[in-house]
Design a protein around this ligand. Structure first.
Ligand code: GTP
Ligand code: ZN
Length: 189
């Protein structure tokens, strides 16, 4: 789709809500919104395989690696309103570790799309499981949904927690419990 068509759609929305699209503050709004959407949906153009495989390092470490409190912004696919939260990721290496920064990068790939939280949780776990091939991977997301706060049911104190477990995290309660105890101190601010 062309940039012009996108911007025309935003003008239509502004008119629909009763705005004067020619007033000073709004003249550049369609262009600004387009650029914001290009950024917020840039994850569609990114490949998690490339991100992970670029920074794999041989390691004999086989203890749990946890990257917690990775903040993210996404948008729900139902209302296109923000989902704001934190992702906690753990894996147990099997001969290879991944560059630490690549984990938040993978989170961004899936956050910067239209999402539902359950799918985003699965996609992060699946990408790491497939391309890092660890003994196990665990992903927990704790998030606020603006479609449940700013409108609709209007519940501002409620957060949603989702998880995806693979390999040893699924099989061994001890491993899962260790992960849960490491992330238990985290909460959304
Ligand atoms: N499972 C799941 N549901 C979500 C997520 N984000 C938003 N939703 C829900 O998607 C549902 C869409 O329901 P609909 O009844 O079609 O939409 P609606 O009339 O706007 O619903 P209300 O939000 O209840 O006013 C709502 O219950 C939202 O809370 C998500 O990440 N996961
Ligand atoms: Zn929603």
């Amino acid at each position: 789709m062309s940039k012009e068509k996108f911007e025309e759609s935003i003008k239509n929305i502004l008119e629909y809500v009763g705005e004067d699209v020619t007033r000073e503050g709004l003249v550049k709004t369609p262009e600004r919104v387009r650029k914001a959407y290009e950024f917020m949906c840039s994850g569609y153009k990114e490949d998690p395989k490339e991100i992970i495989e670029k920074a794999l390092f041989t390691s004999t470490n086989d203890e749990m690696v946890v990257v917690k409190d990775i903040e993210f912004y996404s948008q729900c696919e139902h209302h296109m309103l923000p989902i704001i939260g934190r992702v906690h990721v753990a894996y147990i290496p099997d001969g290879k570790v991944v560059g630490l920064s690549k984990i938040p990068r993978v989170v961004n790939v899936f956050a910067r799309r239209l999402q539902i939280q359950e799918q985003m949780t699965e996609q992060i776990a699946e990408a790491l499981n497939t391309h890092l091939k660890p003994k196990g991977v665990a992903v927990v997301i704790d998030a606020r949904h603006m479609c449940m706060e700013m409108r609709g049911v209007e519940k501002i104190c409620s957060t949603t927690v989702t998880s995806a477990l693979r390999g040893i995290f699924k099989k061994e309660k001890k491993t899962k419990d260790e992960f849960l105890s490491i992330i238990s101190s985290s909460s959304i601010k």
